[in-house]
Design a protein. Structure first.
Length: 310
């Protein structure tokens, strides 16, 4: 890590810890400011892949693990933004591997420039690493864009023992959207603010987190993503999904106004995943794994235990 990257990383970590301590919801979920510090102290930095294409992972080790969760963050985000989620799930008995996609977090690459196909290749690589390292069932999980990538991974034939997607969309199912994606693909280097792609006014119910996002305080977050990425998201389409796809559970908040729950229903129906299940959290908004951990953690544990250890 270069000196400048190290300074930026330290600044981002201070920003994250400060935001999480001031956030009533996150601080309460972690057990207070001391709990936030304890969670950050438990993070282990792991690297997988070949040297020129290494990917960074945040690892939370469980004391008596029953499964390994491989986690994909939301758009522009990196694994440490979900540190409280990882820390709490590891306490529940699951190893947690949070992925920094290429060009995100500590993983090398042009900032914000990682296609859907590249992200899924990394996902498969991390799943293989998890299986070889821990010899436990793998749960592929993602939030927002990470949930969409989890959904796409199942459609592409990746085979975790269980997939949990925090909401999904499937624009590429419609040929009109794929045509739009073809136009976008002509501008691969154009950098597009992530706030142009979704209504961030509906991201969170927490004023502390909203201020942190509005002012773009964190220097590591990819506040802009490439046209190459956006084209790959819009154009992704699997004509023939696997005959026996991995079990998929979708979770969403009933008050989510960034990715409405009905869009998840439409995506699953369009993809033909008849066995996928939808789990709604009453009154919850979009930032499930920050604003609503009191509801999300019990639900995630219930889904995992019922699917893997019935």
């Amino acid at each position: 890590m270069s000196f400048m990257v190290s300074l930026e990383w330290e600044r981002a970590n201070r920003s994250l810890r400060d935001m999480m301590k001031r956030s009533y919801r996150l601080s309460q979920a972690a057990g207070g400011p001391e709990g936030i510090e304890g969670i950050f102290a438990r993070i282990e930095n792991l690297w997988v892949g070949k040297k020129e294409k290494e990917v960074h992972l945040d690892f939370f080790q469980a004391r008596a693990p029953r499964a390994t969760i491989v986690f994909q963050p939301g758009i522009g985000m990196y694994a440490r933004v979900y540190a409280v989620l990882g820390g709490l799930l590891s306490r529940e008995g699951y190893h947690f591997l949070g992925i920094d996609r290429p060009g995100h977090g500590l993983s090398p690459g042009k900032k914000g420039d990682c296609t859907v196909e590249e992200a899924m290749a990394v996902t498969g690589e991390v799943m293989e690493f998890a299986r070889k390292s821990f010899r436990l069932p793998v749960v592929l999980m993602g939030s927002s864009l990470g949930g969409i990538l989890t959904f796409f991974a199942v459609l592409s034939g990746l085979a975790p023992e269980l997939a949990i997607a925090h909401n999904v969309i499937y624009p590429g199912w419609y040929s009109g959207f794929r045509a739009v994606g073809e136009i976008v693909s002509r501008f691969p280097a154009r950098m597009i603010p992530i706030k142009w792609m979704a209504n961030f006014n509906h991201l969170t119910l927490d004023p502390v987190i909203m201020d942190w996002v509005t002012r773009e305080i964190d220097p590591v977050i990819a506040w802009k993503v490439s046209g190459r990425f956006l084209a790959s998201l819009i154009q992704f389409w699997v004509k023939y999904p696997p005959e026996d796809p991995a079990p998929l559970a979708i979770v969403a908040g009933t008050r989510d106004r960034m990715i409405w729950p009905v869009w998840s229903r439409m995506a699953v129906r369009s993809a033909g995943l008849k066995k996928a299940t939808l789990h709604l959290l009453p009154g919850a908004g979009h930032f499930l794994f920050h604003d609503h951990l009191d509801q999300a953690i019990p639900l995630l544990k219930k889904i995992i235990e019922e699917n893997l250890f019935p």
